[in-house]
Design a protein around this ligand. Structure first.
Ligand code: C2E
Ligand code: CA
Ligand code: CA
Ligand code: CA
Length: 278
């Protein structure tokens, strides 16, 4: 019996070390950062290029260490995901977003705020509870909340993901397909998932004005999105001449360094006051 349990024990150790690709110290670091409030939401404005006013913003997380060092998500998002801390991190972030924005958002019901979700969120109903618990009692209405789903990584179960998406939409939230054109879904995702917004990846927006294949991908995605009654957002707009192309395609919403990078809450809210709401 002892030999048996040793074998089972050894098997479990082997299995667990094969499943995890991180150290307990790293888990600890992320957990501590969540609890200390070191994950800070920054806000990148989304512009209505026709009126020059604001549609809203996308929340982009920054890890601000106690010594002031700021780390970009590329360096820790993957770790948060692998350590199972993506969901608590997003929960903390949404709560901070409410604290930062609710006063101004309550006065401007047209303004939107987009939150990036992890694909892992679409395996479990927990995200519905988090959205209800955090935005429900807040002065930010559900219809001001956009939830972004990236096409870069596959969804584990399309059927389960669709159930969760419908529940979020029934609350009043809007759903966006992020990084459209880059990934796993292809054009099928657009039709299948019943989303409200398509965000065309920077990779294609970069090609505008340079001819080539990127232009026709932007064109195709936009036509299909409009056919399906979805809004289109162009990501990563850096050059003024890209804006003329967006207008020509009938794309009204854009984000990018041409307009503004992700800003601290106070700077974003100052811009809201300066530009007004589309
Ligand atoms: P994303 O969701 O596609 O976000 C857009 C990224 O492009 C952001 O990088 C933004 O700062 C950058 N960007 C925006 N405009 C321009 C531009 O004109 N030129 C260039 N070169 N870059 C531009 P960031 O903040 O480093 O985030 C990288 C990725 O990390 C995001 O890509 C997203 O996938 C992920 N991420 C960031 N914050 C969160 C979060 O709170 N939750 C989740 N799940 N993922 C996040
Ligand atoms: Ca995004
Ligand atoms: Ca509310
Ligand atoms: Ca994106």
């Amino acid at each position: 019996a002892l030999a048996g349990s040793l074998v089972v024990g050894a098997l479990i150790v082997v299995l667990v070390t094969r499943l995890i690709h991180y150290t307990p110290a790293q888990v600890n670091q992320i957990e501590r950062a969540i609890n200390q409030g070191e994950f800070i939401p920054f806000y990148q404005p989304v512009i209505d290029i026709e009126s020059g006013k604001l549609v809203g913003c996308e929340v982009l997380v920054r890890w601000v260490k106690p010594d002031g060092t700021t780390i970009s998500p590329g360096a820790f998002i993957g770790l948060a995901e692998q350590t199972g801390l993506a969901i608590p991190m997003t929960r903390h972030l949404m709560q901070t977003v409410v604290n930062d924005l609710e006063k101004d958002y309550a006065q401007r019901p047209g303004l939107k705020v987009a939150i990036n979700l992890f694909n892992h969120h679409f395996t479990d109903l927990e995200i519905i509870q988090d959205v209800e618990n955090i935005f429900g009692p807040s002065a930010i209405a559900y219809n001001q909340v956009v939830l972004e789903i990236t096409e870069r990584a596959p969804l584990e179960s399309l059927a389960q993901a669709k159930v969760i998406m419908r529940k979020l939409q029934r609350l009043g939230c809007r759903l966006a397909l992020d990084d459209a054109g880059t990934g796993h879904g292809g054009l099928a995702y657009l039709q299948e998932l019943g989303l409200d917004i398509v965000k065309i990846d920077k990779m294609f927006i970069d090609q505008l004005g340079k001819g080539r294949i990127g232009e026709s991908i932007t064109h195709t995605l936009t036509d299909l999105a409009h056919e399906l009654d979805m809004d289109v957002v162009a990501e990563g707009v850096e050059r003024i001449e890209q804006v003329a192309h967006l207008r020509r395609y009938g794309i009204r919403q854009a984000q990018g360094f041409l307009f503004a990078p992700a800003l601290p809450a106070s700077q974003y809210l100052a811009l809201v006051k300066k530009l007004g709401v589309a």
